[in-house]
Design a protein around this ligand. Structure first.
Ligand code: ADP
Ligand code: MG
Ligand code: MG
Length: 251
């Protein structure tokens, strides 16, 4: 599904190398987690995959089902099936959540060469999905993320994901101060959307999130590289023992 090879990234503004050869291979239908100390480059990896400005890829590739993501515009990446949920969701005053989602869904359909979804069809689909995810219909009418609680923003993120039906979902939950309830929401949402044709990359500081999501593969990132890959037990190991030993082995 997602294949990252020898990815090197520096900041555009200054001569600072942040990713120093990331390799990552995510099979269809699997959930991978990335953990690692603060500043190791986890968020940078998700930003670069999303096409955010300010980063320069100096080497390597990242393909989604064999297509080079790094050559695509952000909208093309979404059309190709990539979805990124961020730590701090944007608020869009004046734009209703439903309108926003319909625009996003139709932009994606257009980029895929599909017809626009009619307002009536869209309403049917979003109501069904909101119900499945236990999302209050009232939230669909409110301006995007404005005045949403942390939990509501998380629900909304999951709803966006459900509506766009991506193949590869990347969630960066680092530093977002998720409380237990919000963590459970994210986990339930991810679990509800798990599917043989859909993969997840969950970036997190919290081993507890992985108690609920149960990743197939866990990676540890440090200083711009993946330094260790293992099963779910690796997350527990890090939780109990910290990163010091791992970092020393790799120094
Ligand atoms: P993580 O998510 O693992 O905590 P980040 O990807 O946020 O790590 O950051 C990796 C490193 O890159 C840090 O040292 C951070 O300060 C630096 N960095 C990332 N983006 C920028 C930026 N736009 N300007 C300056 N430094 C940055
Ligand atoms: Mg950080
Ligand atoms: Mg981060």
């Amino acid at each position: 599904m997602l294949e990252i090879k020898n990815l090197h990234v520096k900041l555009e503004e200054e001569d600072k190398q942040i990713l120093k050869g990331v390799n990552l291979s995510i099979e269809p239908g699997t959930v991978h987690a990335i953990m690692g100390p603060n500043g190791s480059g986890k968020s940078t990896l998700s930003y670069v995959l999303s096409g955010k400005d300010g980063y320069e890829v100096t080497e390597g590739s990242a393909t989604l089902e064999g297509e080079e993501l790094l050559d695509m515009e952000a909208e093309e990446r979404a059309a190709a099936g990539l979805f990124l949920a961020f730590q701090y969701p944007v608020e869009i005053p004046g734009v209703g959540n439903m309108t926003f989602l319909r625009t996003a869904v139709n932009a994606q359909r257009k980029a895929r060469g599909q017809d626009e979804m009619s307002a009536a069809d869209f309403l049917k689909v979003i109501r069904a999905k909101a119900k499945d995810l236990k999302i209050d219909a009232d939230m669909l009418k409110r301006p995007v993320n404005v005045g949403f609680s942390g939990g509501e923003k998380k629900r909304n993120e999951i709803l966006q994901m459900a509506m766009l039906e991506p193949k590869m979902c990347i969630l960066d939950e680092t530093d977002s101060g998720l409380d237990v309830d919000a963590m459970k929401l994210v986990a339930d949402g991810v679990n509800a959307l798990r599917d043989a044709g859909r993969s997840f990359l969950v970036i997190t500081h919290y081993q507890r999130l992985l108690d609920h999501i149960k990743p197939d593969v866990v990676h540890i990132m440090a200083d711009g590289r993946i330094i260790k890959t293992g099963g779910p037990e690796l997350a527990l190991e890090v939780e109990n023992e910290g990163y010091a030993d791992l970092l020393a082995e790799n120094a």
